[in-house]
Design a protein around this ligand. Sequence first.
Ligand SMILES: *Cc1c(COP(=O)(O)O)cnc(C)c1O
Length: 438
Amino acid sequence: MAVQTVHNSDNSADTAASDAGTVDLGPAAALSCRECGERFELGPIFACQSCFGPLEVAYDLPTDAPDELKKRIAAGPDNIWRYAPLLPVPADVASKPNINPGFTKLVKADNLARELGVTGGLYVKDDSGNPTHSFKDRVVAIAVEAARAFGFTTLSCSSTGNLAGAVGAAAARAGFRSCVFIPHDLEQGKVVMAAIYGGELVGIEGNYDDVNRFCSELIGDPLGEGWGFVNVNLRPYYGEGSKTLAYEICEQLGWELPDQLVIPVASGSQLTKIDKGLKELIKLGLVEDKPYKIFGAQAEGCSPVSVAFKAGHDVVRPQKPDTIAKSLAIGNPADGPYVLDIARRTGGAVEDVNDEQIVDAIKLLARTEGIFAETAGGVTVGVTRKLIETGLLDPALTTVVLNTGDGLKTLDAVAPTTGPTATIPPSLDAFRAAGLAR
Ligand SMILES: *Cc1c(COP(=O)(O)O)cnc(C)c1O
């Protein structure tokens, strides 16, 4: 029965794809403009030709009964490809060389809950467990399939660090050349991880927004021909990878929506696509419809969305980033206005914490749950604490906090305030004198 349904949905996808040319991206039917709704054939385009609004993937979603679809998903691999029927990827995606991220742990964080006074259930979705130790593997894996479908040979990106590493790894595995661009002053862990996979890595003398502007120029130039920029000309596909966080969280909660989610915001893509994913699950009948609140988390040193939220503005005014949370240091976030919409529509909020609070939160999560988060995880945990203190987050409700990266990537942030409790000669007397024996 389930097998039959797979064929049905393949056929309808094939029809859609042949209408749109020869591109087979499974259930993806077209690109549609988020602003004016105009539809375009699937292709490496990212802005509406009528109104310049951002494009997103529109689907022919499966028509299976919810229980059948759940069974199909459960029978899939332990990675994001279990959700292939809901993603812009060909049906045989799992058999292609890719880094196969996802299905990371959803940790029930009872110790952290006790510290923060959360009684309704607190979970950490720990994406440090992905192949290159950040959530970026999800978005890149989808962009790789789009790059394959469109015949690109080089993969590229503008990156705050994690994306460069994810693109390098995915390109190596999938057989693409890669050439990625980062701000020149990133943490050593990020630079090494971006370079180790053997692609070209270019440090740009400027901040992320300069890197991004440079990449936009490169796309329009013959120099960039045949290049798939995962977060620029492949952005509509890339973004869809973040929906898998929504799918996994709900599946891991026993196909239930959480009441509240706390999500870090750089460009805002991840937050907006998690919301898209949750709405799809409701539409497909995979979860029972109920209200959920989405909270955005930023670093005070790069808080354009949080500032706009608190001021009640619809427009996000760009900032010049200065924070230890470099993976979130996007001063001019492309999806900022959509983050504001979602936070307001769902009854959530956008909040920020300073560098000291970020470090404290990294240590709090490590000491309570044994999870070492990168600075972005410190931002979400720190903001969660602040939102509870200010009463915006209800501690009696089920809450999921995202840790999007591994602390080993941002050792610089905690190294100055972390180290041995004591350094002693190898003698029992010295150890006794150190006062550590209990
Ligand atoms: C890129 C990134 C994010 C969020 O990115 P968006 O641009 O908002 O999608 C969050 N955490 C980490 C660690 C990242 O690298």
